[in-house]
Design a protein around this ligand. Structure first.
Ligand SMILES: Nc1ncnc2c1ncn2[C@@H]1O[C@H](COP(=O)(O)OP(=O)(O)O)[C@@H](O)[C@H]1O
Ligand SMILES: [Mg+2]
Length: 318
């Protein structure tokens, strides 16, 4: 029976309410991973990272927003590419996996998944010029080696979305790479298949978020090959505020940086603190926590058209 926090003392342990169960593998910035037979259990915690630092204050239900949105998108994209999702109900877990409180906490934030060999690249698609893409464009007139028209302003929409893979850095920042480098890493056939799938996923996502008044500036997918069959599948989280740059369409104004739909209250508050953006980050005040939770819930409701209260009560996205 679980007794201890999976990773005591680690700043990432903030917001971990599921105690170490048998099969604990590791914790990422946001998710805790467990092995359940031949399946993988992903548990999205309420941890929030800003400026690459996981903050000590959790945002209540944030992990449920991420999981609910991913569930929604897995359902809408399975014709484009199969995905890792096998189950989302605590009842799908083996008896005795955790206690009653653990099961209650898992509700809405867990995904039982097929295990994948994760591709060694971040699969990024950009529909707008922002972030590292804007920096790259100012320096080179291109993003990841993809030549773009002259005179683009920050946050301008691209005529067509572009595929801009990057490396997965163990430490420090990921580095943008050209498509040729990706071919070197995974081979031409897989690289082309991934590019095709990623662009189609982006277009599907952008079409749906735009109807909800949210622009999908760019997004990162994770793909892997199934350990059993070797087929390409979509893994991790999909088109969530954490994996995507969402902008409020009603405030969109190219020529400057845009506010982040979900994290802006936290970023603005952090920028005003005497803090060097290294560990440990400051505790967030209650009103910033509440405001940020509100933005995540709003993203869930606008994009899915479903009630978050109902998601919490009934564990359905409807
Ligand atoms: N189906 C899967 N098979 C294997 N690994 C997976 C699968 N789905 C997600 N992962 C991995 O689980 C981890 C999720 O934890 P997360 O907190 O999001 O990590 P990170 O800090 O890298 O963003 C990532 O390392 C991701 O690659
Ligand atoms: Mg992640």
């Amino acid at each position: 029976m679980p007794a201890e926090i999976a990773n005591p003392g680690d700043p990432r342990a903030a917001g971990t309410t599921l105690h170490a169960a048998d099969g604990f593998l590791r914790s990422g910035k946001v998710r805790d991973l467990f092995e359940v037979g031949d399946r993988l259990l992903l548990v999205a915690s309420d941890r929030l990272s800003a400026f690459d630092v996981v903050l000590p204050t959790p945002i209540p239900d944030k992990g449920r927003v991420l999981t609910g949105l991913s569930r929604f998108w897995f359902g809408l994209t399975s014709e484009i590419v199969p995905n890792h999702l096998l189950g989302t109900s605590p009842a799908d877990l083996p008896a005795g996996f955790t206690d009653e409180a653990g099961l209650r906490d898992l509700r809405g934030r867990m995904m039982l998944c097929r295990r994948a060999k994760v591709l060694p690249v971040e699969v990024i698609v950009r529909g707008y010029v922002a972030g590292s893409g804007w920096k790259d464009y100012q320096k080179t007139g291109a993003i990841c080696g993809i030549e773009l028209p002259e005179g683009l302003r920050e946050s301008d929409r691209l005529r067509q979305p572009i595929f801009t893979p990057s490396t997965k850095a163990e430490v420090g920042h990921d580095e943008n790479i050209g498509f040729d480098s990706m071919v070197g890493l995974v081979g031409a056939e897989l690289a082309e298949q991934v590019r095709d799938v990623a662009l189609r996923l982006y277009l599907r996502g952008a079409e749906i978020t735009e109807k909800a008044g949210i622009l999908l500036a760019d997004t990162k997918f994770e793909l892997g090959t199934a350990l059993d069959t070797g087929e390409l599948m979509l893994i991790d989280e999909v088109l969530t505020p954490d994996s995507s740059r969402f902008w409020d369409a009603s405030a969109y104004e190219p020529g400057r940086a845009q506010a982040s739909f979900d994290k802006q209250p936290v970023r603005d508050w952090l920028e005003a603190q005497p803090w060097g953006k290294t560990y440990p980050g400051p505790e967030l005040p209650a009103e910033i926590v509440a405001g940020t939770r509100g933005r995540y819930v709003e993203a869930f409701q606008r994009i899915t058209g479903a009630s978050f209260e109902r998601y919490l009560k009934e564990d359905v996205v409807a």
